[in-house]
Design a protein around this ligand. Structure first.
Ligand code: RB5
Length: 149
């Protein structure tokens, strides 16, 4: 796939199975993976896990985050409340690649009830393999973290 990275993955109860499958696959691919939970199928609130994931991406503990819930919507909204994190909700690999190339996304969100496992893997592979293009995109990305620029 690509160079080995430190990746954190988090979900809510709706994406527990996909989280386990993706975590094991990423480890097989040679990445260091921090599973931030949940670790059982009890119903939980996606913001609790989204905020936890955002914090380890923002402080540099990991290079990339993977956020999962039923639709991908709630957890991506939670993660994106941290101004240092740019989380892209995707369902196909071209958007995942563009989120890196144009937006320097450091977190990817996927809806486990809407996207199959193989498509999720294809999205993550594109996300991890694609570099930020910089140039004219840099100023726009900087404004995402600091609207007064
Ligand atoms: C949980 O039922 C569901 O609401 C959640 O996983 C997610 O889809 C929210 O955006």
């Amino acid at each position: 796939m690509c160079e080995a990275m430190k990746i954190a993955i988090a979900s809510d109860h709706a994406a527990l199975e996909m989280k386990a499958d993706l975590r094991d696959w990423l480890i097989e691919e040679g990445h260091e993976v921090a599973d931030l939970g949940p670790d059982n199928s009890d119903s939980v609130d996606y913001p609790d896990f989204g905020y936890k994931l955002a914090s380890v991406v923002a402080d540099g503990t990991v290079t990339r985050g993977i956020a999962l819930c039923g639709s991908g919507l709630g957890i991506s909204m939670s993660v994106n409340r941290n101004p240092q994190v740019r989380c892209a909700l995707v369902s196909e690999p071209l958007s995942a690649a563009l989120s890196r190339e144009h937006n320097d996304a450091n977190c990817l969100a996927i809806g486990a009830r809407l996207t199959g496992l193989e498509m999720a893997k294809a999205c993550i592979a594109a996300f991890l393999e694609t570099s930020f293009a910089g140039g004219r995109h840099q100023r726009r990305v900087d404004k995402l973290s600091n609207p007064s620029l």
